[in-house]
Design a protein around this ligand. Structure first.
Ligand code: FES
Length: 184
């Protein structure tokens, strides 16, 4: 009986551990944004997460870049702009931003003037995995690549997939659902 009670106590403590040790923060997660195949070529792609606006584009090396979709100058949407030599250019006054969100060009500045350090946009870690674009909503340094869920069967040639993306209305925020059907 002593052994049984010890086992029960251990089981109770084990059951409690996950909740005690886990502190969920929505920013410390990977979020699926869209299928890679749905990204426009050489144009910005805008999306939102919990009502925060973000923009995706490819830099001059073809690497995906994810920035806050708000120009630090007058808050215009960067996604309304264009991609110029792998930089995103604001439609309003033409400021250009690079892959780390740093401002690389301000047309109104004289050539010898320094670009202010605060003329930058926050950037986020973004990864392509199994045909899906994932973004990490927190600090880039905290992103853990291994947390991105993968499906082993997607790598097998005998499986075909049907990819579906749709927006679903919910009370607090709209929600984009990405789903895949696997057929052996
Ligand atoms: S609002 Fe973007 S450059 Fe002025």
């Amino acid at each position: 009986m002593i052994v049984n009670s010890q086992i029960e106590e251990q089981a109770k403590q084990t059951a409690l551990q996950p909740e005690q040790n886990q502190e969920f923060h929505w920013r410390q997660c990977w979020y699926p944004v869209c299928f890679v195949q749905d990204l426009p070529k050489n144009r910005p792609y805008s999306f939102s997460l919990y009502d925060e606006p973000f923009v995706l584009f490819r830099d001059e090396n073809g690497q995906l870049v994810c920035l806050v979709d708000r120009c630090p100058h007058r808050a215009a949407k960067l996604s309304d702009g264009q991609i110029t030599d792998g930089k995103i250019e604001c439609l309003y006054h033409g400021w250009q931003f690079g892959s780390d969100g740093q401002c690389l060009h301000i047309p109104q500045l004289s050539t010898d003037a320094k670009i202010p350090a605060n003329a930058c946009v926050q950037s986020f870690e973004v990864v392509e995995r199994q045909g899906i674009v994932w973004m990490w909503a927190g600090e880039r340094e905290a992103a853990v690549d291994g947390y991105i869920p993968t499906i082993e069967e997607l790598e097998k040639p005998e499986f075909v997939t049907t990819d579906v993306m749709r927006d679903l209305p919910y009370d607090q925020f709209s929600f984009t659902s990405i789903s895949r059907r696997l057929t052996p």
